[in-house]
Design a protein around this ligand. Sequence first.
Ligand code: NAD
Length: 257
Amino acid sequence: MGPDPNFLIPPDLIQALDRSRHAVVMTGSGTSAESGIPTFRNAQTGLWAKYRPEDLATPEAFERDPQLVWEWYAWRRELVGAAEPNPGHIAIAELNDLLPHLTLITQNVDGLHQRAGSPRVIEFHGNLMRSRCTAGHPADEIDKIDNTGETPPRCRQCGAMLRPDVVWFGEAIPAVALATALKAVEDCDILLAIGTSAVVQPAAGLAMQAKQHGALLVEVNPEPTPLTRDVDFVLTGSSGRIMPELVNALRSRQDHA
Ligand code: NAD
C-alpha cells in the first residue's frame, strides 16, 4: 500500500518534534502487526486458537504445564524468526538521525526494533529470543542452549528448567528497564505511544507520567485506546503507514530549514 495522499501529519506536530530536546517512543505489539506477528488482542491461529495468551503468559501457566508454555513460545519464536521489520520499525530507527535524543521503550519481545537498526532499546517485557534459568542463572540466547531433547530444556549450570526471558502477567518489570524508562518519561518533552492498547500496566502509565511532567503526547493507532482522550495529537492509522510519513515530513522540514 502506497502513502495515502489525503493523510497529512499536523505541521504543529512536526514543529514540536523538530524543537524537541528529548523524545520518547513507546511501542506495543501493534508496531509488529504489519510484520505478521499477531497482537495479543488478535485471534491466535491454528493449534493455538483455543488458548488465550493471558492464560499462557503467566507464571501459573508455566507451573501447571511448562511444556505447553514452552511450545507456545517456540511457535512465537518461529513467527518472529520468519518475520522482517516493517516500514514502521524502520522509520522509528530513522528518527534517531533526526532528533537530538530519542529513547525507545518497547513492550514487544520480538527484537524487531533492534533488527531495524534502533540502538539502546529498553525492553520492558524481555525478549523471547532469550531464555533464563528458573533457579536464577542468567539469560542466554535461545540458539546457545543445550539441546538435550527435553521440553523445556535444562540449565547447563544447575539442571533446573529454562523459561523464556520475558515478563509474564503478574511479574515485575526488570529493574534497570523500569528505572531507565521512568527517568526518560520524566525528562522528555514529547512522547509517542505507537501500537499499544495502553491497558497493560505499568507500561500504560508511562505516557500519563510524561504528560504530568509537561510532555506532549502523540498516539499512533488505528483504534482509539484509553489514552486517546488525553493525547495532544491522534494519528489514526497503522504505524507502518504513519511513521514513514512522519519521518518524511520531519526530514523535509529539516532539509528546508
Ligand atoms: P495489545 O495487543 O494489547 O494491543 C495492540 C494495539 O495495537 C491495539 O491498540 C491495536 O489497535 C494496535 N494496532 C494493531 N495494528 C496496528 C498497526 N498496524 N499499527 C499501529 N497500531 C496497531 O498490545 P500491547 O499494548 O503491546 O500489550 C500487550 C502485551 O503483549 C505486551 O506486554 C507485549 O509484551 C505482548 N506482546 C508482544 C508481542 C510482540 O513482541 N510482537 C506480540 C503480542 C503480544
